[in-house]
Design a protein around this ligand. Structure first.
Ligand SMILES: [Zn+2]
Length: 436
């Protein structure tokens, strides 16, 4: 039982670091995450996920997994080393070369560290071709490290050179079925971002080096975003400004005096309806009952998972307090025993340990509870620390535990509301907390 107790004094946390004078950090989430020991910047465009950051990232990966599995996604894992031969076959090597990390093995065979995997996955499908149309659609996905030699890495995880990405690739028997699959994946993206309580927008996007006929981008609305988005208030026109000719701010589908609203966004997802661009090159085919062998119709769908993690903190937090999407907070609950003197202090700590044990056996709260046992520090200071780190729930154990029944104060940090509850009511209250 006691192994499940987590003490703040033992966590890699609360080093009390502050942003140095004249530091070049320019966005709120970078300051919050770096100086609260969530993520450490390592070298250009690369970072270390510290324990709190890794816990949040692991949870985010589980949420993404759930949503991908819910639409029939089948998880795979492709190699990070992608042969140049395949990228040359799809004629992407030369165009993408500036942003690829390339290397050669001892036999002088050239590779890149994959930034995206259309070539490898379509080549995989070709090995099983022709595949019966009865098996389609196939939706492969993976959540792995990707690499891009960014000209200007910045804002920590928002624009890194090595990052966590979810990439899905769909294969269908016809264009219309591929379009249906495309819509289903886009809907799952909207569900995912809604579950994370994020303000997001879906806009038309550019197809760029990946290609295809239809593309959408999902953005978090934030002034830190490097993309400029255009919205029409009268019709459904929503687009990345890259797609609009001459940087016009007039809606292309409405009348001439309909001005578009512009807003910056952080791109967190990008979807492409690819058609047969890759399947024709690699010969990914399917067997149809009526028409024999035909090329598969593809889609590809990315989510920048590590960027989404920091982007969430960017849009949800205030200047000095981290706020996570509640579902992925590193820990859900922080228990704060009052300082007290001698016997009282011991009683507050002992009650906190018992409370932690009681919560840890609840199915939704296993490993979600920490105890801030630093009783030499004032309650006010520790309360400030707990709010700063964004635990969704803080439970204060103080004088009122001497009442009959004992009373605990629980603070919901999203609303800053306090409730005074007995242990039974507290457990009822917390039994509804959704965790992953
Ligand atoms: Zn319009």
């Amino acid at each position: 039982m006691s192994n499940s107790r987590r003490f703040v004094s033992k966590l890699f946390q609360n080093f009390g670091r502050v942003e140095p004078e004249g530091s070049s950090q320019t966005c709120q989430s970078q300051i919050l995450m770096q100086y609260n020991d969530i993520v450490e910047s390592c070298h250009s465009g690369c970072y270390v996920m510290l324990p709190f950051g890794q816990r949040a990232l692991d949870k985010l990966v589980r949420v993404v997994d759930e949503e991908m599995q819910a639409i029939g996604g089948q998880k795979i894992s492709l190699p990070t080393l992608a042969p140049a031969k395949l990228w040359k076959k799809s004629e992407r090597w030369d165009d993408a070369l500036n942003e690829l990390f390339t290397l050669k093995d001892r036999h002088n065979v050239q590779y890149c560290l994959g930034p995206t995997h259309e070539e490898l996955v379509t080549n995989l499908m070709a090995m099983y071709s022709p595949i019966s149309e009865k098996r389609l659609p196939i939706k492969f996905y993976q959540i792995t490290r990707k690499f891009r030699d960014e000209m200007k890495p910045k804002h920590l995880l928002l624009r890194g050179r090595e990052f966590e990405m979810k990439d899905m690739y769909s294969f269908d028997a016809s264009e219309s079925e591929a379009r249906e699959t495309y819509d289903i994946v886009c809907e799952s993206y909207s569900r995912l971002f809604s579950r994370l309580e994020l303000p997001f927008a879906k806009v038309e996007g550019a197809t760029g080096n990946i290609g295809g006929s239809i593309s959408h981008e999902f953005h978090l609305m934030s002034s830190v975003g490097e993309d400029k988005l255009l919205f029409c208030e009268k019709c459904s026109f929503r687009s990345n400004s890259e797609l609009v000719k001459d940087q016009s701010t007039v809606c292309p589908t409405c009348d001439a005096d309909c001005q578009l609203r512009t807003s910056p966004g952080i791109e967190i997802g990008h979807t492409f309806l690819l058609g047969t661009k890759y399947s024709s090159v690699f010969k990914s085919t399917c067997m149809k009952s009526d028409r024999g062998i035909d090329l598969t119709h593809m889609g590809c769908y990315g989510i920048g998972v590590s960027r989404l993690l920091q982007g969430s903190v960017e849009v949800l937090s205030s200047e000095n307090k981290i706020r996570w999407p509640r579902l992925i907070a590193p820990y859900q609950i922080c228990i704060l025993p009052h300082k007290g003197i001698k016997a009282a202090a011991e009683q507050y700590l002992a009650t906190s340990l018992t409370l932690s044990d009681a919560l840890n056996v609840m199915p939704n709260l296993k490993h979600e509870v920490v105890i801030d046992d630093r009783q030499q520090i004032s309650l006010g200071k520790r309360l400030f620390d707990a709010k700063r780190l964004g635990y969704p729930y803080i439970i204060v154990v103080g004088k009122r535990i001497q009442e009959n029944p004992p009373i605990f104060e629980i603070i919901e940090t999203s609303t800053n509301e306090s409730h005074f509850l007995s242990i039974d009511s507290l457990k009822d209250f917390l039994s509804t907390v959704e965790t992953i």
